[in-house]
Design a protein around this ligand. Structure first.
Ligand SMILES: *Cc1c(COP(=O)(O)O)cnc(C)c1O
Length: 381
């Protein structure tokens, strides 16, 4: 049996006709950038996320969303931004790209998200923003420190690239905190492999702050409000009609797909329990009140992770390590002056994590065979 880490074909086939008819219309109209399809997609995202009209500003990628969010929050050279070292590179890449300084805090070993207590200890007079990541589809619970951060003049920017549709349900079910709209500005990615993924690069910034939203709309078109008149220096980062139309169709299925991912995660948990692998495999934990959407299903393997990974790959099961090197140890960030041992939890995770296939259309027999293979590996050794 060969099980891929992700097979986009399985969820695409059922929506192919709908997407093809939307694309045909775009080719008929020949309007490709920031057209009606883009407006419609932004409006539908606003409805889905229950935010006021005008809150969603689409752009060309998740990386650009981060860059635009930081620019609109006036992050400049020398400013400090507190963030996690255990994430995809783009999170701190965007900070450094603006000449600002990524200041890392360690992460929580259960959720893999930034450790809020450690983050708060790293605030200095230069701290301008706090940039947590909702990693692997689980919301980072930082709502209790927002007021304190605001009192210190710190903007909260969320990297929700992996968490479109994830939320926290608090106050006895009365309040829903959605990934991306808990802090001041949120960033989404619609890279093809994300839970809501286009057929190319795409992203979105979200903010309830109307002034900021208008500024973001200018920043994505070279900083011009009125065409050819530039109020500030922006970038070129627009969503195109083709991506918008595809994403608009897919958005309708996102809830169903996210629910399916949650069921797959629950089944993995049952399988690992049934095989009594708890001494070597730690399954992902869902923080109380969280609706984890399992962008990735990432276990911790406390011994022989690499051997297990090779064994599984040899047996046809595609498993991956996200992420093998904590960002504070990346060669490009050497100038920040961090060393091995600075973030023990993040470093431990990079040695122990293993992502298993999780995607709409993954079959029960495939999950069973995979966990069976993991059990076989540990019995053999
Ligand atoms: C995917 C991702 C990004 C970047 O998004 P792109 O659309 O690929 O530019 C940023 N942060 C995280 C955590 C991601 O997973």
């Amino acid at each position: 049996m060969a099980v891929p880490i992700l097979d986009l074909k399985r969820s695409f086939e059922s929506i192919r006709p709908e997407i093809e008819s939307r694309l045909k219309k775009i080719f008929d109209d020949q309007s490709f950038i920031l057209g009606q399809d883009v407006k419609d997609f932004e409006t539908h995202c606003e409805k889905y996320l229950e935010v006021p009209e005008g809150s969603c500003v689409s752009c060309a990628s998740g990386t650009d969303a981060l860059l635009l969010a930081l620019m609109a929050s006036d992050i400049h050279e020398g400013d400090e931004v507190i963030t996690t070292p255990f994430t995809f590179f783009a999170t701190s890449g965007a900070i450094a790209r603006l000449g600002a300084k990524p200041v890392f805090a360690d992460v929580d070993p259960n959720t893999y998200n930034i450790d809020i207590n450690d983050a708060m200890k790293r605030i200095t007079s230069k701290t301008k923003a706090f940039l947590p990541v909702h990693l692997f589809g689980q919301v980072c619970a930082f709502e209790n420190v927002i007021d304190e951060l605001h009192d210190k003049g710190i903007t909260v920017i969320e990297d929700a690239a992996q968490a479109f549709g994830a939320c926290r349900i608090v106050d006895d079910g009365k309040k829903i905190l959605r990934a991306g709209v808990i802090g001041d500005v949120g960033c989404y990615s619609f890279f093809p492999t994300k839970n809501l993924g286009g057929c190319g690069d795409a992203g979105m910034v979200i903010t309830r702050d109307k002034v900021k939203a208008e500024r973001l709309k200018r920043l994505r078109v070279h900083g011009s409000g009125e065409t050819y008149y530039h109020d500030e220096i922006g970038i070129n980062s627009r969503l195109d009609s083709i991506q918008a139309a595809i994403l608009d169709v897919k958005l309708k299925y996102l809830e169903t797909w996210n629910e399916e991912r949650r069921r797959l995660a629950e089944y993995y948990r049952l399988l690992f329990n049934a095989h009594a692998l708890n001494d070597v495999v730690i399954v992902p934990s869902e923080l109380e009140h969280n609706r984890h959407i399992y962008h990735q299903y990432v276990i911790r393997v406390t011994s022989k992770r690499n051997e297990l990974m090779n064994y599984l790959n040899e047996n046809g099961f595609a498993v991956r390590v996200y992420y093998p090197l904590s960002l504070h140890l990346q060669p490009c960030f050497k100038y920040l002056g961090y060393h091995e041992g600075d973030f023990p939890v993040s470093e431990m995770l990079s040695r122990e994590v293993l992502a298993l296939p999780v995607f709409p259309g993954l079959r029960a027999q495939e999950q069973e065979a995979l966990v069976e293979c993991i059990a076989k590996f540990f019995r053999r050794n």
